[in-house]
Design a protein around this ligand. Structure first.
Ligand code: GLU
Length: 418
């Protein structure tokens, strides 16, 4: 199999979007390149006195519409190409959500489970010192992503305060409530995905409580999304995470799984339930369900797994779970894909709400937050829908077209001359 390069994948779809819109290369060439890519080396004194050097990245893909915005992930497979693609997807996503941001992403190549809490804190703080010149409340605002959480965001905000001499909570989003986090942010991605699925049901004259689903991934996005969709009546029969694949044909007890994972370090390892069995991981995508909720990592539904799919809808909670090849195959087969850049936009929209509250110093109730989130999600869906209907294209292509239009318009308005 050729090496999978997610940035190349992104470029192919971007070029296709430009073609359908009738753009010439010169109209959008600037979006094909990241504005700024920073690679850093981060030496850390480990608890045993050894020194280890980690690689870290921060990429600003495009800032035509506003400050760079996007999460930071800690993952052993994180590298320049992955972070570059993730940054570009943030540009698209922020344009779909119509929030005043460009796209960014960061990563550290590390398996955080192998570090102690103190090592993790040292690594986070040292990374902030390295990327300090390119982050700022109006410059670049990080957030959580795979394997990072509120505690890590708190260390980032604290290190930034130490370096800059001022406490600026809007430097990072996804913070704990005690230091300027927002009610609702922790659930925002999963909640947004639930709104997306509800809208899809409306468009297809289906009832959400008649759907069956399988879930891949049970981190923040997978677990909260599964819980909220389960509460809407979706029957979730199969869940796979890194520890195995659980199945209960009558529907898994999602409330119990959610509580279990949260009290076991976000892991389902050791979870048991009456009526549930473990099945081989390779059978996950082959389950006969209506919806596949892909909430693990990129490149999961690919040329090797796509043919197993029996579902009629792929709901992308993770960023980039479906490869271009699988996307084309699903289009041929009439299997719809609700793409990451539209369906998981709730996370960054929620971050935007947190940032707005930080900047005004006035904090909202959870009801206000969720109501505004719903409005934004619905508006994003309708904007994409209008594009999809007008040009008869897939959701993903419609997303790229809409985002490209918005980014190009902003850049044109600002002017191209240096
Ligand atoms: N990491 C999330 C995403 O991929 C959130 C980004 C943010 O809030 O800035 O959308």
């Amino acid at each position: 199999m050729a090496t999978y390069n997610p940035y190349e994948n992104m470029l192919h779809i971007l070029d296709k979007a430009a073609e359908v819109l009738g753009y010439e290369k010169k109209d959008y060439e600037f979006v094909r390149y990241p504005e700024r890519e920073l690679t850093v080396s981060i030496p850390i004194v480990m608890d045993n006195g050894d020194i280890q050097v980690f690689s870290g990245y921060r990429v600003h893909h495009n800032t035509a519409r506003g400050a760079a915005k996007g999460g930071i992930r800690f993952h052993p497979e994180s590298d320049e190409n992955e972070v570059k693609a993730l940054a570009a997807w943030m540009t698209i996503k922020n344009a779909i959500g119509n929030i005043p941001y460009g796209g960014a992403k960061g990563g550290i190549k590390v398996d955080p489970r192998k570090l102690s809490e103190r090592e993790l804190q040292r690594l986070t703080r040292a990374y902030v010192r390295r990327i300090f010149p390119i982050i700022g409340v109006d410059q670049d605002v990080p957030a959580p992503d795979v394997n990072t959480n509120g505690q890590i965001m708190a260390w980032i905000a604290d290190e930034y305060a130490a370096l800059s001499g001022t406490w600026q909570p809007g430097i990072v989003t996804g913070k704990p409530l005690s230091i300027g986090g927002s009610l609702g942010r922790n659930e925002a991605t999963g909640r947004g995905l639930t709104y997306t699925l509800e809208t899809w049901c409306e468009k297809n004259n289906l009832k959400i409580n008649e759907l069956t689903m399988l879930v891949q991934g049970f981190g923040n996005v997978g677990s909260v999304g599964a819980l909220l969709m389960h509460r809407k009546g979706v029957k979730i029969t199969t869940i796979g995470d890194i520890n195995g694949t659980w199945q209960n044909p009558n529907g898994l007890d999602i409330e119990a799984m959610y509580i279990y994972a949260n009290s076991h370090g976000r892991s389902l390892k050791g979870y048991t339930e009456e009526g549930a069995t473990m099945i081989p991981d390779s059978e996950l995508f082959a389950q006969k369900v209506d919806v596949i909720f892909a909430a693990a990592m990129e490149n999961q539904i690919n040329e090797n797994t796509m043919k197993k799919v029996q579902a009629r809808l792929i709901l992308e909670g993770a960023n980039g779970p479906t490869t271009e090849e699988a996307d084309n195959y699903f289009e041929e087969k009439g299997i719809e894909v609700l793409p990451d850049v539209m369906s998981n936009v709730g996370g960054v929209v929620g971050s935007y709400f947190e940032w707005v509250q930080n900047r005004t110093g006035y904090y909202w109730t959870e009801e206000e937050y969720n109501e505004k989130l719903k409005k934004k999600m619905n508006q994003g869906y309708e904007d994409v829908w209008a594009m999809k209907e007008k040009y008869h294209v897939t959701y993903r292509l419609a997303c790229y077209m809409l985002a490209l239009q918005r980014v190009v318009e902003a850049q044109k308005t600002r002017g191209f001359l240096g």
